[in-house]
Write a protein that binds this ligand. Structure first.
Ligand code: HEC
Length: 146
């Protein structure tokens, strides 16, 4: 019987599709990882507040609150569902990072969101990736007062 000359090509094509599929599943797993991280509860008091104390409070404290923002006395009350003075957005909009002006100030996206001023911390180097991720997760989890 004569072999179908197309067969090797077809088998090769099927093999590549298989590989592509495995690749997509692997990439999917890696992409899903940060989303899964959202399920590990982040605490305002023990995770987020210490970052503010270390990197923000020297400029954002009652009596010397740059931008009118005190990030020490009552952190949750000062930022959650509170309007920014620089844009029409709230500083923290629970569950919505794109509408949380404080988060946009940390990633340097404040101007494209209609805000103003510099990326925070002001002229002091960005937060590191782990700190940013904690703040991101806390807002994504609904910014609880925990
Ligand atoms: C060295 C001083 C300094 C540090 C440190 C600093 N800020 Fe600021 N911040 C300012 C100044 C000055 C302004 C107003 C001018 C501007 O926005 O560029 C401001 C404004 C802001 C605003 C805008 C307030 C509003 O109502 O729209 C936010 C939000 C903010 N800072 C958050 C932070 C956070 C969060 C940190 C720490 C990660 C931080 N800042 C660290 C000086 C600082």
């Amino acid at each position: 019987m004569k072999r179908n000359p197309l067969l090797p090509g077809l088998l090769l094509a099927a093999g590549s599709w298989g590989l592509a599929l495995v690749g997509m599943v692997l990439v999917g797993t890696v992409w899903a990882a940060p989303l899964l991280a959202d399920s590990a509860p982040v605490s305002l008091a023990t995770d987020v507040a210490p970052i503010m104390t270390q990197r923000c409070v020297m400029c954002h404290i009652a009596g010397a609150a740059q931008g009118g923002l005190d990030l020490y006395t009552n952190l949750w009350g000062a930022i959650v569902n509170v309007k920014s003075t620089q844009s029409s957005l709230n500083l923290v909009e629970p569950g919505d990072l794109d509408k949380s002006y404080l988060y946009l100030k940390l990633t340097g996206a404040q101007l494209s969101a209609g805000g103003s001023g510099a990326q925070m911390p002001f002229q002091a180097g960005q937060l590191d990736a782990g700190q940013l991720e904690l703040i991101r997760s806390w807002i994504a989890q609904g910014a609880p007062n925990n």
